[in-house]
Design a protein around this ligand. Structure first.
Ligand code: SF4
Ligand code: FES
Length: 242
C-alpha cells in the first residue's frame, strides 16, 4: 500500500488558545491509482483528526464546494488525483484572500452576494410563461462556455482586483452577466447593465487573467468580461437594449 504525505494548513480563528495558522503533516495510505485529494482529507479526518474542516458535496467536480489551493494552484480537491501531481508531498491550503472560517473552509458570503447582485436568472418581459422558448443550436453555442461555471470561487480568490476594498464584483459574477447577455431568451439587458457597466463591474478588470489560469473548469471569465465591455460600447452607439 503506497503512502503519501499531506501537509495541511490548519487554523481555527475561534480557538482562543491557538488561533494562529500552522501546518500539520499526515501520512495517507491508499491503494490503487485513484486517490483524490478529497479522499486524502477524508482519510485524515477519519484516522487522525475528526476536527479537520473542509467543504465538499458532489465529489464529481459539479457542485463547486471543494475549491482549495493545492500544491501551489487552485484546484478542486475531488477532481485532483494525487498521482497526477507527481510528487510525494501534497500541500493543501484554503483559497487565499478570502476570510477564513476554519482550516480549509472560507467564507463565501460576499462572493455569493455579488453573484446574486448581478441577477443570475433569466429575465423575460414579453413571453407567455406556458410557452416553450426555443433556442437554435447556434444560439445555444453562445452560452456553452459560461454555463459550465460551478461557482467554486477559485477565479474570485485569484483576482488581484477583488483583493482590494473597491468591492469589485469579480470574474464569476461578471461571467454570469455575460452568460445572460448572450442568451437569446433573456430580456434583462436593461436591468442588468447598470449593475456591471461601472467601476465596480467590468472596468475594474485589468485583464490580468489570473482567473483563466485558476479556473478548474478551464473557463475564460476574462473573455466574458471583455465581451461585456464591447457590448456596452455597442449599446451606447446603437442604443440597443442588448
Ligand atoms: Fe469556478 Fe471557473 Fe466559475 Fe470562476 S469561472 S467560479 S473558477 S468554475
Ligand atoms: Fe463538488 Fe468537488 S465536491 S466540486
Amino acid at each position: 500500500m503506497p503512502d503519501i504525505k499531506f501537509r495541511v494548513k490548519r487554523q481555527d480563528p475561534g480557538d482562543k488558545k491557538n488561533p494562529e495558522a500552522h501546518w500539520e503533516e499526515y501520512i495517507v495510505h491508499y491503494e490503487g491509482d485513484n486517490l483524490t485529494v478529497l479522499e486524502g482529507l477524508f482519510y485524515i479526518q477519519e484516522k487522525y483528526d475528526g476536527g479537520l474542516s473542509f467543504r465538499y458535496c458532489c465529489r464529481a467536480s459539479i457542485c463547486g464546494s471543494c475549491g482549495m489551493y493545492i500544491n501551489g494552484a487552485y484546484r478542486l480537491a475531488c477532481q485532483t488525483n494525487v498521482k497526477h501531481l507527481d510528487t510525494d508531498l501534497i500541500t493543501v491550503a484554503p483559497m487565499p484572500h478570502l476570510p477564513l472560517v476554519k482550516d480549509l473552509v472560507v467564507d463565501m458570503d460576499e462572493f455569493f452576494a455579488k453573484y446574486e447582485y448581478i441577477m443570475p436568472w433569466l429575465i423575460r418581459h414579453s413571453s407567455d410563461p406556458e410557452k416553450e422558448l426555443i433556442q437554435s443550436p447556434k444560439e445555444r453555442k453562445k452560452i456553452d462556455m459560461p454555463v459550465d461555471c460551478i461557482l467554486c470561487g477559485c477565479c474570485y480568490s485569484s483576482c488581484p482586483s477583488a483583493w482590494g476594498e473597491d468591492n469589485y464584483l469579480g470574474p464569476a459574477a461578471l461571467l454570469k452577466a455575460h452568460r445572460f447577455e448572450v442568451d437569446s431568451r433573456d430580456e434583462g439587458g436593461k436591468e442588468r447593465i447598470a449593475r456591471w457597466n461601472n467601476e465596480r463591474g467590468v472596468y475594474r478588470c485589468h485583464t490580468i487573467m489570473n482567473c483563466v489560469e485558476a479556473c478548474p473548469k478551464e473557463l475564460n471569465p476574462t473573455e466574458g468580461i471583455q465581451w461585456l465591455k464591447r457590448a456596452a460600447v455597442r449599446r451606447k452607439l446603437l442604443g440597443k437594449a442588448k
